[in-house]
Write a protein that binds this ligand. Structure first.
Ligand code: SF4
Ligand code: SF4
Length: 66
């Protein structure tokens, strides 16, 4: 039985207030905004796990795993 793989990017949209910090900071274009201005994942495969988004979200919405 294999270990369950942790998702790379976990976002708690209930906490996201759409401030835009994360998707403006992401150097890889992984994050973007949805129609409400909240964060959404655009291209997860490009994530370098730099954790800029996780470290700078004022509401602790983003968890980078893996
Ligand atoms: S930094 Fe946090 S609160 Fe701001 S848009 Fe990103 S996930 Fe939402
Ligand atoms: S960890 Fe870095 S590359 Fe990945 S989504 Fe966050 S800011 Fe972008």
């Amino acid at each position: 039985m294999g270990e369950k793989k942790e998702p790379l990017i976990t976002i708690n949209l209930n906490w996201c207030k759409g401030c835009g910090i994360c998707y403006h900071l992401c150097p890889k274009g992984v994050l973007g905004k949805d129609e409400l201005g909240k964060v959404q994942i655009i291209k997860q495969d490009s994530c370098s796990k730099c954790r800029l988004c996780e470290d700078h979200c004022p509401d602790y919405c983003i968890k980078i795993g893996g």
